[in-house]
Ligand binder design. Sequence first.
Ligand SMILES: Cc1cc2nc3c(=O)[nH]c(=O)nc-3n(C[C@H](O)[C@H](O)[C@H](O)COP(=O)(O)O)c2cc1C
Length: 245
Amino acid sequence: MTSQARRKKVAWGITGAGHYLTESFDLFVQFKDTFGVEVSITTFVSRAAEEVARVYGLFHYLQTISPGDYMEEVILESAQGWSYPKTGRFSRGNYDALFISPTTSNTVAKIAYGIADSLITNAVAHAIKGGIPVFLVPVDIEGRIESPVPYFINRDICVGCERCQEACPHDAINEQIDYLKCTGCGLCKDICDYNAIQGGQVMLVVRDIDKQNVKRLRKMERITVLDDPSQLERALRNVLTEEAG
Ligand SMILES: Cc1cc2nc3c(=O)[nH]c(=O)nc-3n(C[C@H](O)[C@H](O)[C@H](O)COP(=O)(O)O)c2cc1C
């Protein structure tokens, strides 16, 4: 980068998917760590993403990626009104690119049909109108996917000793784990002598409707569908090398 080069501005939108969530966080943490001098990152977080990121113990990383200065904020949907004024930045062409990763099937469906009633779908609509390229990593593209699940209590193993309940610093366990309180810290798992607190993977089949919606996205102007987070890394690096348009 030459000393005259403009600092690039990237927007990252996160929706409430467990699938590809850790991979997306890993990428942005690494990208910020490596290229933080050349690029600022604003993070836009859907209400569902806020909950899901906490459950997977990832939420606190957002401070590293978007430390809070102008164009480096964490913008929470839960702290916005219903007209999402912050997305006006996209109409004004303030960003070089918008990346949505992971993108839930819910958000894919809305974008595919032009709906813009949430922070992330509104950001996409404004970005397209403002001439900003949008890159999306949908979680449900086709076939079968293996998705991570947050901690849960395996009732076949649990003996009801309640040690996990007593140990939880967030008061998140009362017979079940309350995912609105859980932060994914794993203390309950560590304290359980019976290995009854488990996480893991589930195998899911992608619905036809989700497949069709991703196909619609691929045909939309200014949208690039990325098939997995490894493609996201390349697209992010490309933003750094592109001349201002
Ligand atoms: C722990 C957890 C994991 C989830 N993972 C996914 C997922 O991988 N893919 C998906 O499409 N929805 C997933 N959901 C459901 C979405 O969060 C839900 O559809 C939500 O309404 C999406 O809102 P958003 O698209 O505005 O973020 C998950 C929900 C929870 C609680």
